[in-house]
Design a protein around this ligand. Structure first.
Ligand code: MN
Length: 462
C-alpha cells in the first residue's frame, strides 16, 4: 500500500449553502490515515504510528479489510472533543498507563474518506461516490464511526454545530477528487475566524427550552465616549453552562438600562458591566456589529474597561507608520463609516506615474498600484502591485504629498464609483465596477511568480 498525505482544507470566508457541496462537522483531534490489511497501521500527518497509543482502535481490523481510510481521532468528554486529553494520550509511553487511559478516556476514530480499496486507488472518483463506497466497505464499531454529513444546507448546519459547542464545519465539493497532500479549494473549513473580548451588559429573556435561562447576551465595547452596542450572542453554550452562567449574571442585575442603542424586540434584563467574555465571530457588519457571533468563554482575567472597540475596528498600521501626518495632507484614519462598495482610482504623479486602484472592504480600502492604469479592453492585462490598506477617508483625497514624504507627488481622483464583488478569495478577486471610466467586469489574480505582492488586473468580457 502506498503512503498517502491527507488532503487539507482552505479557510472559507463565511458559511454558505449550495447543492454542489456536502457539510461535515470539523473535529478538533488528530488527523490520521489508516492502512488496513494483514497489519493495521494508523498514522498521523507526521507519519507517527498511533496504534500503540490508541490500542482500542485496533478493532478497525475486524470492521473492514484491504483498505486505506482517512479520518480524525478524537476523545469525547462532557459532550465535546477534548484536545487536551488526546495530547496526553498521544504522548504517553508507559504501556500500563496507555491501557488504563484507553479504558478511562477511549478515543473515537471518525472516518470520512476512502483512498484505496482492494489494491485499487479510488482517490480520483467523485466524493459522493467515495462516500457511498466507504459506507459499503466499513462497519461501525465501539470506537470507529463514519462521519455524518448533510447536503446543501451549510448555513443552518453551521449554526447548529456552533450551538452544540463544536468548532465549526467543513464544506466539501461533491464532484471533487481526493487530492493527497494538497490544500484545496474543494474542501473549505468554516469557523469563526476572529475573536474579541466583550462586556456583558444584559441578556434577553429566553423562550421555549431557554425559558428558565436566557435568549442571548447583550454585548458592548468601550469607545472614547462610552460603551457601544456591538450585538447579541445566543450560541456556543450548553444548557447546563447557561444555567450556571445565569446564576452568576443575576448577581449583577440592575434596574436601569446600562447600554444605549440596543434593539429591544425582547424583554431585557440589564446588568452592571462587570463581566467580560471572549466571543468568536466571522466579520464586522457595516453598522459595526459582530457577524455570526459565538460565545467562547468568560474572561475573569480582564477588566471591562480594557474591552475597547479598537479590537473590531480595521487597522491601517502600515499606512500610519509610513506617514508623518504633521507634514503630509493625507488623511488619518478616523473610522468613517463606508458603504462597503465604493471604489476609487487615483492618478498618482509620484517618482513614477501610476494609478492606485482602491476597493472598499472590511472598513478599509484594499489598494493596488497599477503602473499602466486599468485595462481598457477585455483580454488586456496590467500588473497591479498590492500596497498597504488605506483608510476609507483616502477615497476622497486629492492634493500634493510634499517632497521627502512617502509617495511624494500629486494625487488626483481619476475615477470613482461603486463595485459589486462576485468572488473574493486569497488569490483571486472578481468584481463588477460602475464608474465613469471603468465599467464592467474585472478580475485580479495573484501573480506569484513575479513576487508576493504582484497581481494581474484583467478586464473581463461582459
Ligand atoms: Mn500611489
Amino acid at each position: 500500500m502506498k503512503d498517502y498525505k491527507p488532503m487539507l482544507a482552505r479557510l472559507a470566508e463565511s458559511p454558505f449553502s449550495s447543492s454542489d457541496w456536502i457539510f461535515e462537522v470539523k473535529w478538533d483531534g488528530i488527523r490520521a490515515i489508516s492502512y488496513v490489511n494483514e497489519e493495521l497501521s494508523i498514522r498521523s500527518r507526521k507519519q507517527k504510528e498511533l496504534i500503540g497509543n490508541f490500542p482500542e482502535l485496533s478493532e478497525l481490523k475486524d470492521l473492514t479489510g484491504n483498505i486505506v481510510l482517512d479520518g480524525e481521532i478524537i476523545i469525547m468528554k462532557d459532550g465535546r472533543a477534548d484536545f487536551q486529553s488526546l495530547i496526553q494520550r498521544m504522548q504517553n509511553t508507559n504501556p500500563r498507563e496507555i491501557m488504563y487511559l484507553a479504558g478511562k478516556f477511549p478515543a473515537t476514530y471518525i472516518i470520512f474518506d476512502i483512498l484505496e480499496k482492494d489494491g485499487k486507488e479510488v482517490s480520483d472518483i467523485p466524493l459522493t461516490e467515495r462516500k457511498r463506497l466507504l459506507k459499503n466497505s466499513v462497519k461501525e464499531g465501539n470506537f470507529v464511526v463514519l462521519s455524518l454529513f448533510v447536503e446543501e444546507t451549510g448555513e443552518a448546519y453551521y449554526g447548529a454545530a456552533l450551538e452544540k459547542g463544536l468548532e465549526g464545519i467543513i464544506a466539501k465539493k461533491k464532484q471533487s477528487p481526493y487530492e493527497p497532500g494538497k490544500r484545496s479549494n474543494n474542501w473549505l473549513k468554516i469557523k469563526p475566524v476572529k475573536t474579541c473580548d466583550c462586556v456583558i451588559f444584559g441578556y434577553t429573556d429566553g423562550e421555549g427550552n431557554r425559558e428558565k435561562t436566557f435568549g442571548s447576551l447583550i454585548l458592548g465595547l468601550y469607545d472614547k465616549a462610552g460603551p457601544v452596542f456591538i450585538g447579541k450572542v445566543g450560541t456556543g453554550f450548553s444548557r447546563e453552562y447557561m444555567e450556571n452562567l445565569k446564576l452568576s449574571l443575576d448577581k449583577h442585575k440592575v434596574e436601569e438600562e446600562t447600554l444605549p442603542g440596543v434593539d429591544n424586540d425582547r424583554e431585557i434584563t440589564w446588568l452592571r458591566p462587570d463581566i467580560v467574555c471572549k466571543i468568536g465571530y466571522q466579520s464586522i457588519t457595516e453598522d459595526e456589529k459582530l457577524r455570526i457571533p459565538v460565545f467562547k468563554s468568560l474572561r475573569e482575567d480582564k477588566e471591562p474597561l480594557e474591552c475597547t472597540i479598537d479590537q473590531i475596528r480595521p487597522v491601517v498600521s502600515d499606512y500610519t507608520e509610513k506617514r508623518d501626518f504633521s507634514r503630509t495632507p493625507e488623511p488619518q484614519m478616523s473610522h468613517e463609516r463606508g458603504t462597503g462598495k465604493s471604489f476609487v482610482v487615483q492618478e498618482h504623479h509620484a517618482r513614477r506615474l501610476h494609478y492606485d486602484l482602491r476597493l472598499e472592504k472590511d472598513g478599509v480600502l484594499k489598494s493596488w498600484a497599477v503602473p499602466k492604469g486599468p485595462p481598457e479592453t477585455s483580454g488586456d492585462r496590467r500588473l497591479a502591485v498590492q500596497v498597504e490598506d488605506h483608510p476609507l477617508e483616502y477615497g476622497k483625497f486629492e492634493g500634493a504629498i510634499p517632497q521627502g514624504q512617502y509617495g511624494a507627488g500629486t494625487v488626483k481622483i481619476w475615477d470613482k464609483g461603486f463595485y459589486e464583488t462576485i468572488y473574493w478569495k486569497e488569490d483571486k478577486i472578481e468584481f463588477i465596477v460602475k464608474g465613469e471610466k471603468m465599467e464592467g467586469r474585472y478580475v485580479l489574480v495573484k501573480f506569484k511568480k513575479a513576487g508576493e505582492k504582484n497581481w494581474l488586473l484583467f478586464k473581463g468580457s461582459d
